[in-house]
Design a binder for this molecule. Structure first.
Ligand SMILES: NC(=O)c1ccc[n+]([C@@H]2O[C@H](COP(=O)([O-])OP(=O)(O)OC[C@H]3O[C@@H](n4cnc5c(N)ncnc54)[C@H](OP(=O)(O)O)[C@@H]3O)[C@@H](O)[C@H]2O)c1
Ligand SMILES: [Zn+2]
Ligand SMILES: [Zn+2]
Length: 348
């Protein structure tokens, strides 16, 4: 076997370049994965622009990674060589900080973060912490599973942890990588599902994905439109604009929740009135744990949820990333390696 592999690294802010690296052995508690597919999440922009807290360059981005284990570090007994696994964003808790000691490992204060503190999946090979990987069910191809490991789990977990009941009105703001999966999860979990986009061009897609209703926030006041429908019990805010999030609080029913998933660069401004009068709330939700990822994959198999993807070869990561940033992806760009192609992954 070749002892080098291709990777795409951020060599300086804004620069993605293909490099050849030495294959290394996994350390204790780690596995080495031969990557087949890696989705491009908007959060990768924080690595590409060099602004993710704690980041040092060069760094290989990518945290929607699917591949096969090809080497086990010492002390790894749960996983087998050849097994297909996935890695998400929060990819190893320290186990000793206060949130970890309280069992809240996703909020670990010193986590391994794929593509930030450790090299991620824009590569043919990735070293991952064995405690952070998820088993990928055979019903899903690698390119289908990859986006579920961040965009999928983030929307799935936010919905399932929101204390909602069947039939509740749930809105998903933003019809992008996260949003198009959020719509599918909301619908399949039994909620009256409203998609909020900008313009009419995504309306049909949103309805095809399962939205009962579509609000064009460019043409009408989204909060007023939600109130006309009775008010939302929850809104998943997946957009990359803080200015667009704050006003959504007024679209919530009494006790409704605005769940912030997007991480915009600008501030979120809030009026206290709809928060106080009606007991509405706003909070954030960060992806999930490896076992949550297995749940998200299993639910996707159970309810036939699949991401809509566009695939490109790993070497074209910069083009794929640009398509995501420009909002042109429908809806997730997925990089495919030569091993992914050998396993049958399609390229378009
Ligand atoms: N919480 C977490 O754990 C987590 C996990 C993954 C990603 N994220 C964050 O979630 C956000 C979305 O990620 P993604 O991968 O889904 O991105 P994406 O595929 O690039 O989609 C971007 C979304 O932002 C919306 N948008 C862009 N400009 C907007 C504006 N001015 N007003 C309203 N909406 C606007 C787009 O809405 P339209 O449909 O209207 O065009 C689109 O739905 C990013 O901030 C990312 O960092 C958070
Ligand atoms: Zn992500
Ligand atoms: Zn911790």
């Amino acid at each position: 076997m070749k002892n080098t592999y291709k990777a795409v690294e951020v060599s300086a802010p804004g620069v993605l370049r293909v490099v050849e690296r030495q294959v290394s052995e996994p350390g204790a508690g780690q596995v080495r994965i031969r990557v087949e597919a890696c989705g491009i999440c908007h959060t990768d922009a924080a690595t590409v622009m060099g602004i993710y807290p704690g980041l040092t360059l060069p760094r290989v981005p990518g945290h929607e990674v699917v591949g096969r284990i090809e080497a086990l570090g010492s002390g790894v007994s749960r996983w087998k060589i050849g097994q297909r696994v996935g890695v998400g964003l929060i990819a190893g808790e320290d186990g000793v900080c206060e949130p970890c000691r309280r069992g809240d490992t996703v909020n670990c204060q010193n986590p391994v973060v794929s593509g930030v503190t450790a090299d991620g999946g824009y590569a043919e090979v990735m070293i991952a912490e064995a405690r952070a990987i998820a088993s990928v069910p055979e019903e899903l191809t690698s390119v289908e599973a990859a986006p579920l490991l961040c965009a999928g789990i983030t929307t799935y977990n936010a919905l399932r942890n929101a204390g909602l009941r069947g039939g509740d009105l749930v809105a998903v703001q933003g019809v992008g990588g996260l949003g198009h999966l959020g719509i599918q999860f909301a619908r399949r979990m039994g909620f009256r599902t409203v998609a909020i986009g900008r313009g009419r061009d995504k309306e049909k897609l949103a309805k095809d994905l399962g939205a009962h209703e579509y609000i064009d926030a460019a043409a009408e006041d989204a909060a007023a439109a939600l109130q006309q429908m009775g008010g939302a019990r929850a809104i998943l805010a997946t957009g990359t604009s803080g200015a667009a999030m704050g006003p959504l609080v007024s679209g919530l029913a009494a006790r409704g929740k605005l769940i912030v998933l997007g991480v915009p660069q600008d501030q979120v401004q809030l009026s206290a009135f709809p928060l106080v009068f009606g007991g509405r709330s706003i909070y954030g939700s960060l992806t999930g744990t490896p076992i949550d990822n297995e749940d998200a994959l299993a639910f996707s198999v159970l309810e036939n949820i699949r991401p809509m993807i566009e695939t490109l070869p790993l070497e074209q990561a910069a083009d794929a990333y640009a398509r995501m940033i420009q909002g042109k992806a429908r809806f997730r760009m997925v990089l495919v390696t030569k091993d992914g192609v050998a396993q049958g992954a399609p390229l378009n």
